[in-house]
Write a protein that binds this ligand. Sequence first.
Ligand SMILES: NC(=O)c1ccc[n+]([C@@H]2O[C@H](COP(=O)([O-])OP(=O)(O)OC[C@H]3O[C@@H](n4cnc5c(N)ncnc54)[C@H](O)[C@@H]3O)[C@@H](O)[C@H]2O)c1
Length: 251
Amino acid sequence: MDLELQGKAAIVTGAASGIGRAIALSLSREGADLVLTDIDVAGCEQTLAQMRAARADAKGVVLRADASRLDDHEATVNAALDAYGGLDIAVNNAGIGGEANLTCDMSPEGWRRVIDVNLNGVYYAMHAQLPALLARGGGSIVNIASILGRVGWRTASAYVASKHGVVGLTKTAALEYAERGIRINAVGPGFVETPILGADPEVLEHLATLHPIQRLGQPGEVGDLVAYLASARASLVTGAYYPADGGYLAQ
Ligand SMILES: NC(=O)c1ccc[n+]([C@@H]2O[C@H](COP(=O)([O-])OP(=O)(O)OC[C@H]3O[C@@H](n4cnc5c(N)ncnc54)[C@H](O)[C@@H]3O)[C@@H](O)[C@H]2O)c1
């Protein structure tokens, strides 16, 4: 399906690795011009190189931005305006797993860091992005949540709370901006093979068995869903939570 993203300006946060990199590649393949942000600039440069290897005239700007800082999101939007004259699409993907501990053992610092990056980061992002999307007369935001935005997971209270928060924030912002042409959706991946899961083969094998499809997701499988939701082909879809989880939540 041609998603017709030619000339669309798109921000992807956390674009140096894993799912964010795959989202950037999917959007670029469909013709979008990208602003790639992360705290890992070298990783974003590699993403940009992969975009150019896939499409010779791919356009991308790389910016160091910490998702837990509002001023970094404002600088990111300004970079899109400078490079492309506007903003059409934003994918708020940057996130961390954070401290793994039972709730009573989780440190307040560990709790705050996860909420700062995963939840406050999405609020800061949309706070900075929405005026630019309104100025353009509409657009699309996709926030990366998780299956853990719908169900719990022992030892991950901060992460689970942050992702439930992203789902609620997504629904509310979608209601607020629906009449003004901005669609806002959340995507909830199951366990996807990226560095966030670590590299212990036994752990990865166990996680795979938790999904009805009996395998981990691949980043590109999330990237393609995000590109579809970002495109006008999904014009009736807003305020939705879309799983990309191999059936995990159907159990
Ligand atoms: N991999 C999974 O199993 C899985 C499942 C569900 C949801 N997710 C979500 O998908 C998103 C991407 O995760 P991933 O699996 O690609 O992990 P990853 O670790 O491969 O990539 C995360 C990226 O975010 C960046 N990042 C971390 N903290 C940041 C900050 N403060 N500011 C800016 N960038 C920052 C990292 O540098 C990295 O490039 C996250 O929001 C994660 O919670 C992942």
